[in-house]
Design a protein around this ligand. Structure first.
Ligand SMILES: [Zn+2]
Length: 325
C-alpha cells in the first residue's frame, strides 16, 4: 500500500472518524485519471444516437465540478418497459463504468422499439478519478440510496429514476471485485468506523447478488449461463459462501457442469443483498443543479411489487478486487 494513501494511520484506533479525520483522509486522495476524458466525453459522443441527460452536477471544490450524465433511448416510448443499467456507483470499479459505456456504444441500439433504456455509466465521478469507493465525504454511495441521502451521487440518481417507479423491468448495477479491497478499502472502512479489520476472501470470477426477499433464480441462472460463455464463474469459498453469503450452487452448477454432483436442493439458498448502512447522519446533497428530467409524463405510484436490483460483478484478470458490494 502506498504510504500516503494509508487510511489506517488516520484517527484513533477503535474510534469512528469525525469531520477532522475525514478531511485528513480526503486530503490524501489524489486525482489519478480523468472522468472528462475517459467517461463524460464518451457519453456525450453517444448524443448522435441517444438522448443524453445531464441529471445533476456535483460541486466538490476545490477538486472541481462533475457533471452527472445518463444515456437514454431516443424516442422514449411510454408503452414499453424500462431497463436501467448503472456503473461506477463505486467509482473505483472500472469495469462497470466501461462495461456500461460499451453496452451503450455497441448493443443498446438493438433494443430500439423493444424496451426503453436508461444507462448511467458512472454514478461516482469523483471516486472514478481517485480510484476510490467513497465520495469526498468518506461516504459509500451504495449505502446511501435513501430519501434525504447525504451522498449527492445517490440523491441525484434517485431523483433521475423516481419518475420511472413501477416501470423498470430490470436494473443491472455493475460492480467489480478488486484486489485492493483487502489491502486498502476494507481496512479503510474499519478505520473510518472504528472497528477491527477482519480479513475476507475475494471471489475469483463473475457472480451475481440476488434480492433475498424477491429472488429471481431463473433469471439469475440465465445470466450466469450467458456470462460463463465469456468468463469464468466464481466458485464458493471454503465456507460455501461468496462475500459472506450463501452460494447458489444450482445456478453456478448449470454454468459449470463439473460441479453438479447432485440435483438442486428443494430450497435453494440465495445470495443476500448487502445490508445497507443507515447510521450516517443525513445532510443536504451537494447536487447543485436540478435534474433535466427527460420523462414526458408524471410519475406513477409504486406498485406492490417493484423492480429488482441485481449486482453484477466482473473480475478482471490481473486487477482483482471489492468485497462490499
Ligand atoms: Zn461495488
Amino acid at each position: 500500500m502506498h504510504p500516503t494513501t494509508d487510511p489506517t494511520t488516520i484517527g484513533t484506533p477503535g474510534q469512528p472518524w469525525g469531520p477532522a479525520e475525514k478531511a485528513q483522509w480526503r486530503a490524501l486522495q489524489t486525482r489519478r485519471r480523468s472522468y472528462e476524458d475517459e467517461v463524460a466525453s464518451k457519453i456525450r459522443a453517444l448524443g448522435d444516437r441517444f438522448d443524453i441527460a445531464a441529471y445533476g452536477e456535483l460541486d466538490y471544490a476545490p477538486d472541481g465540478r462533475y457533471p452527472l450524465l445518463a444515456v437514454l433511448s431516443r424516442d422514449w416510448d411510454e408503452r414499453l418497459p424500462c431497463a436501467v443499467v448503472t456503473g461506477g456507483v463505486h467509482g473505483y470499479e472500472t469495469s462497470g463504468v466501461h462495461g456500461a459505456l460499451q453496452f451503450a456504444e455497441r448493443h443498446a441500439a438493438t433494443y430500439v422499439g423493444k424496451i426503453n433504456l436508461l444507462i448511467a455509466p458512472c454514478v461516482s465521478p469523483w471516486g472514478y478519478e481517485r480510484i476510490h469507493r467513497w465520495n469526498p465525504d468518506a461516504l459509500d454511495p451504495n449505502r446511501s440510496f435513501r430519501a434525504g441521502s447525504p451522498a449527492g451521487e445517490s440523491a441525484a440518481l434517485l431523483d433521475l429514476v423516481a419518475p420511472l417507479r413501477g416501470k423498470v423491468l430490470v436494473h443491472i448495477d455493475l460492480h467489480e471485485t478488486t484486489d485492493s479491497d483487502e489491502t486498502e478499502f476494507r481496512p479503510a472502512l474499519a478505520a473510518r468506523d472504528g472497528k477491527p479489520y477482519e480479513p475476507g476472501e475475494i471471489p475469483d470470477g463473475f457472480y451475481l447478488v440476488d434480492d433475498s426477499e424477491h429472488p429471481q433464480r431463473g433469471f439469475q441462472a440465465a445470466i450466469i449461463e450467458a456470462a460463463s460463455k465469456v468468463t469464468h464463474i466464481a466458485p464458493a469459498d471454503a465456507r460455501g459462501e461468496i462475500i459472506g453469503s450463501p452460494w447458489d450452487r444450482w445456478a453456478s452448477a448449470r454454468a459449470s457442469p463439473a460441479r453438479a454432483t447432485s440435483p438442486p436442493p428443494r430450497s435453494i439458498p440465495t445470495v443476500r443483498a448487502p445490508r445497507r448502512n443507515s447510521a450516517t447522519t443525513p445532510r443536504p446533497p451537494r447536487c447543485v443543479q436540478g435534474s433535466t428530467t427527460p420523462w414526458p409524463t408524471r410519475p406513477e405510484p409504486p406498485p406492490s411489487s417493484g423492480a429488482r436490483t441485481l449486482y453484477a460483478f466482473r473480475h478482471r484478470p490481473g486487477r482483482v478486487p471489492c468485497i462490499n458490494t
